[in-house]
Design a protein around this ligand. Structure first.
Ligand code: SAH
Length: 214
């Protein structure tokens, strides 16, 4: 039997703390959400390895550190309405759901959304809402959002996501080409968008009207 809780604790101690993740709420959520539940059966033993993994349909579950980095950048206090583009395995949605009040998550591949929803339901999350849709268009009916995270690589910042951001809201997303991107944090203040580069990352492509074409 694998001791997943020990592996999870070790991941926080050896992968997140040394790289500078400081938000205690993020560290706590990462230390509690069972990443193994979001992994394909035969990959579960590797759930706390320092890497991304394939989850089928050509998609991936992100490296724990990158999930922590993106989440920390959203500056969640617990009261926020958050939007995630790219549900994938549902792991990042679980982390967001623990740190904000409500999470809306959009995925373009229906089978991924269904699997993620089943796992999140089973884990008891009741503040996550799902939609199969082109997330480059956001989820307009529920806007505006305090925090938006895009977990796929965008060629440019999708305009609808800027429009759906609340005043003082944060948008975190990888922007670049298919071989590598910069993780960009955008903050909206007095209707002006301020940009900060958080470093290099590699994500699968964001496909849609304001993303890459198929
Ligand atoms: N957040 C996920 C990682 C997702 S990988 C996790 O924690 O596991 C990126 C996901 O973005 C893939 O599932 C892919 O299908 C999805 N995606 C790509 N383009 C999209 C779009 N336009 N709208 C919604 N989802 C999209």
């Amino acid at each position: 039997m694998i001791d997943y809780s020990a592996a999870r604790e070790s991941m926080v101690r050896t992968q997140l703390l040394p790289r500078g993740i400081k938000d205690t709420r993020v560290l706590q959520a990462m230390g509690e959400v069972p990443r193994e539940r979001f992994m394909p059966e035969q990959m579960k033993p590797y759930a706390y390895d320092d890497t991304a993994f394939s989850i089928g349909s050509g998609q991936t579950i992100s490296q724990p550190y990158i999930v922590a980095l993106m989440t920390e950048a959203l500056e969640l206090k617990g009261t926020e309405k958050a939007l995630e583009i790219g549900t994938g395995s549902g792991y990042q949605a679980a982390i967001l759901a623990r740190l904000s009040s409500v999470v809306y998550t959009v995925e373009r591949i229906e089978s991924l959304m269904t699997t993620a929803r089943d796992v999140l339901d089973d884990l008891g999350y009741r503040n996550i809402f799902f939609k199969v849709f082109d997330g480059t268009l956001g989820w307009n009916e529920k806007a505006p959002y305090d925090a938006i995270v895009v977990t796929a690589a965008a060629p440019v910042v999708p305009k609808p996501l800027l429009e759906q951001l609340k005043e003082n809201g944060r948008l975190v997303l990888p922007v670049g080409d298919q071989y590598g991107q910069d993780l960009i944090k955008i903050t909206k203040k007095d209707a002006i968008f301020y940009e900060k580069n958080l470093g290099g990352v590699i994500f699968v492509k964001l496909i849609g009207e304001y993303g890459w074409s198929k």
